[in-house]
Design a protein. Structure first.
Length: 242
């Protein structure tokens, strides 16, 4: 297949599972992190054991010049990406009246501006490659419904949805699809403290989702079966509402 996919934030959780899932389905993977390079070395080996190629990039997605420099260099040396999964992001929750300026700025600059910083250098090479492609951005149920204490996070994730819908129209004629996956409450270090009764109350399926279940949705959007799907938001949330 020789199709390469860049996955930001792939050292753990949804990003890691997506990298392994896509590798098992024939994609070469460009792993990314901001800090945890040691973790990526193990994931890189797992991908290579599957029989696919993998390499590692390290940069802060909120730093535009660094994104441009590293991504341009990687493309020049290794070729254009077939697809991108925009998974890296942060949250800094606080009720809005108590929210610090830095909590707003950091979340918006990482989650929303990071979308621009990563895609801007890779988008034109994908177009010029003339072989189509896939872009999947990770949003959240908070971007669809809002959530208390997450005005900054909800704003960033809702902004991604708007950006994806607009970009999907621009890239459709190039046969590059652009979609969102919106996870609900997914098993992770951040959610393990959520009480069982809260899970049962909020989620009709009465359990958290797994990173692999989110990765499966991303994998589907990368498949040929999904070639007519663009500008959409696929929710993976167990029927959850907030």
């Amino acid at each position: 297949m020789n199709k390469t996919v860049l996955i930001t934030g792939s050292s753990r959780g949804i990003g890691k599972e997506t990298a392994l899932y896509l590798a098992k389905n024939g994609f070469d993977i460009v792993l990314h992190c901001n800090r945890n390079v040691e973790k990526l070395n193990g994931i890189k080996k797992e991908i290579e054991d599957i029989g696919q190629k993998a390499r590692i990039l390290q940069f802060d997605i909120s730093n535009r010049e660094t994104c441009k420099e590293i991504l341009n260099k990687d493309i020049q040396e290794n070729g254009t990406y077939y697809g991108v999964v925009l998974n890296a992001g942060i949250n800094k929750d606080n009720p809005f009246p108590a929210m610090e300026d830095s909590e707003w700025d950091d979340v918006i600059n990482t989650n929303l501006t990071g979308f621009y910083n990563v895609l801007k250098p890779v988008c034109m090479p994908m177009i010029q490659n003339r072989k189509g492609g896939r872009i999947v951005a990770m949003t959240s149920i908070s971007g669809l419904t809002g959530n208390r204490g997450q005005v900054n996070y909800s704003a960033s994730k809702a902004g991604i949805i708007g950006a994806v819908k607009a970009l999907s129209r621009e890239l459709a004629k190039r046969k590059i699809t652009v979609n969102c996956v919106a996870p609900g409450i997914i098993e992770s270090d951040m959610t393990k403290e959520i009480p069982e009764e809260v899970v049962s109350t909020l989620i009709p399926l009465k359990r958290m989702g797994t990173p692999r279940e989110v990765a499966s949705a991303v994998n589907y959007l990368f498949s040929e079966d999904a070639s007519y799907i663009t500008g959409q938001v696929i929710s993976v949330n167990g029927g959850m509402y907030l």
